[in-house]
Design a binder for this molecule. Structure first.
Ligand code: GDP
Ligand code: MG
Length: 188
């Protein structure tokens, strides 16, 4: 069913002039941009966006540990310690840098946007996803450089995240309802 989800083209996507290709990938799949702006996020919005919630931080840490385990590398830090460290990197990555924020609407928008975006680490991302096509960063390199993985995009992780993130970045008055010319072909 029709949903809305949040997309951020992160600073590496903007600096590498990949805003257009990112938008095109979503539009080509039949999804519609209903809000868009370029911002330099301050610390407070990054703080609210990447919540300091223990469960969320542990989930980031768990993904990291899993990826290292698969490659036979032992990790000493706990999930929470890793999550907290990465949250620090995310402030450096996004605060006061150019970011394009978008709300994307369409059928199963949350799942479709996630699929088109690809896995967190571009090295693991499907070749046909945006992260897989246009980036090549990895857990190892990002961790060695003590920075966030440069994966070009943030997209809402699930419907609950989308419901929280869309109003964090956009007022309802900044969202525009219109019909794409191919909507009846897409939906009827
Ligand atoms: P996403 O939903 O795929 O963006 O991934 P998460 O919500 O788990 O993590 C948020 C962001 O933190 C990612 O997009 C990366 O930029 C960064 N990140 C996640 N895991 C790691 C990691 O293990 N190491 C580093 N350096 N950055 C990470
Ligand atoms: Mg996420």
């Amino acid at each position: 069913m029709i949903e809305r989800t949040l997309v951020l083209v992160k600073p590496d996507g903007v600096y590498r002039a990949l805003i257009g290709k990112s938008i095109a990938a979503f539009e080509d799949a039949g999804l519609k941009v209903i809000g868009i702006k370029m911002v330099k996020p301050d610390r407070s919005i990054v703080d609210k966006h990447y919540v300091a919630d223990e469960e969320y931080l542990k989930s980031i840490g768990a993904k990291t540990i899993n990826s290292y385990k698969k490659r036979g590398i032992e990790v000493k830090d706990t999930e929470l310690q890793i999550g907290q460290r990465i949250r620090g990197y995310l402030f450096d990555y996004l605060t006061n840098k150019p970011v394009v924020a978008m709300v994307v609407e369409g059928n199963e928008a949350v799942a479709n946007v996630k699929k088109i975006t690809g896995a967190t680490s571009p090295t693991d991302a499907d070749r046909s996803s945006i992260r897989g096509m246009y980036s090549s960063d990895s857990y190892d390199l990002a961790d060695a450089k003590k920075r966030a993985i440069k994966n070009m995009l943030h997209v809402s992780g699930d419907k609950a995240d989308a419901a929280r993130e869309v109003p964090l970045w956009f007022k309802e008055s900044e969202l525009v309802e219109y019909k794409r010319s191919d909507e009846s072909m897409l939906y009827d």
